[in-house]
Design a protein around this ligand. Structure first.
Ligand code: PHE
Length: 341
């Protein structure tokens, strides 16, 4: 009996030593400890033994069983160890890291340029009421120029007679800041604006603007020109020139639209500037006295200038992008070209 147990023990030991996978290990377990194993058939013969020999047979049986289970367990550990081991030389899986959207980078660059000459960066509110968006900016509710700015009204209970809406320009943030702070003031306010425009290559119902304004005792149009020229040179080209065309905005007087000498052909005339050598980049002017008054600022003592520009337009010119929709479609092939950490 002892001899037979020893043979089984040795066979198991040898076979399990040669095992080279978890699957083979499982086969070995069935072969040596399973119901059809030699060990099992040997135990079936115990009933034929003399009653006095049975306890010893049982003890041997258990000893061998525990021994085999032990070496199976030991062997198993060698596999799970190699499975969990980290191979630090293995090429890693590529992960996508988020980066700044091109519009965010452009806004940030624009803000830095103005911050460097003393403008403070602030954010306004995307939901305004008609007083901030129109009335305080010298746009009477019945004024026809409201049409171009008319926007999305909100289903919120109106405050007094003024309904809530999504702002159609960043100019209402001038009002908020002028009401809150005393001159001298110099602010730049970036943000989203909304207009009921149909979407095409150069229009979107939502886009971004950067508003800028300064109010003090002796602010003149010359300050406005100097500020915008400084901006154009830093944003685009050092040799950039500006052209001021008279224009109308209810909230500035006098008002102008500003063109920059084409940054693609440098003023010679190309398809981007439609052979004119100029590209329109913004609207601006001297803050209308009615606007100062609406904010409680004495228009006899103080003057100010204001400007507003479209961020998408600036970004399209800077990077030679010909379709505004590209900014909002989340196509990674487009966005990856502006990879910036
Ligand atoms: N708010 C004007 C617009 O959206 C731009 C502007 C801002 C013009 C400030 C003059 C002064 O078109």
């Amino acid at each position: 009996m002892q001899e037979k147990f020893n043979v089984i023990k040795q066979e198991a030991q040898e076979a399990i030593r040669k095992v080279s996978s978890l699957a083979e290990l499982e086969e070995a377990r069935v072969r040596f400890l399973g119901r059809k194993s030699k060990l099992a058939s040997l135990s079936a013969t115990f009933s034929g033994l003399e009653p006095s020999q049975r306890p010893e047979a049982g003890r041997l049986f258990n000893e061998v069983k525990v021994f085999i289970a032990g070496i199976l367990e030991e062997k198993k550990k060698t596999f799970s160890f190699s499975k969990e081991r980290i191979d630090i030389t293995f090429p890693s899986k590529k992960t996508d890291t988020a980066t700044k959207h091109p519009l965010s980078s452009v806004v940030r660059t624009m803000c830095h340029i103005f911050e460097a000459i003393g403008f403070e960066i602030q954010e306004g509110a995307e939901i305004e009421d008609e007083w901030y968006n129109f009335q305080a900016l010298n746009i009477p509710l019945e004024h026809p120029s409201r049409d171009a700015f008319d926007t999305f009204y909100l289903d919120l209970p109106a405050q007094g007679k003024y309904k809530y809406l999504l702002r159609s320009h960043t100019s209402p943030s001038q009002i908020r800041l002028m009401k809150k702070r005393k001159p001298p003031l110099a602010f730049v306010v970036p943000g989203r604006v909304y207009r009921p425009d149909n979407v095409d290559a150069s229009h979107s119902f939502m886009f971004h603007q950067v508003e800028g304004f300064a109010v003090d005792r002796d602010i003149t149009f010359a300050h406005l020109k100097g500020t915008l020229l400084y901006f154009a040179k830093h944003m685009f080209l050092d040799e950039a020139k500006l052209r001021f065309r008279p224009h109308f905005f209810p909230f500035t007087e006098p008002s102008a639209e500003v063109d920059i000498s084409c940054i693609i052909c440098r003023g010679k005339g190309c398809s981007v500037c439609k052979r004119t050598g100029w590209l329109e980049i913004l609207g601006c002017g001297m803050i209308h006295p009615n606007v100062l008054k609406a904010c409680g600022i004495d228009s006899k003592k103080y003057q100010g200038f204001a400007f507003g520009m479209g961020v998408e337009r600036i970004a399209m010119l800077k990077y030679g992008i010909n379709d505004i929709r590209l900014f909002f479609e989340n196509d990674l092939r487009f966005l990856r070209q502006f990879y910036e950490v």
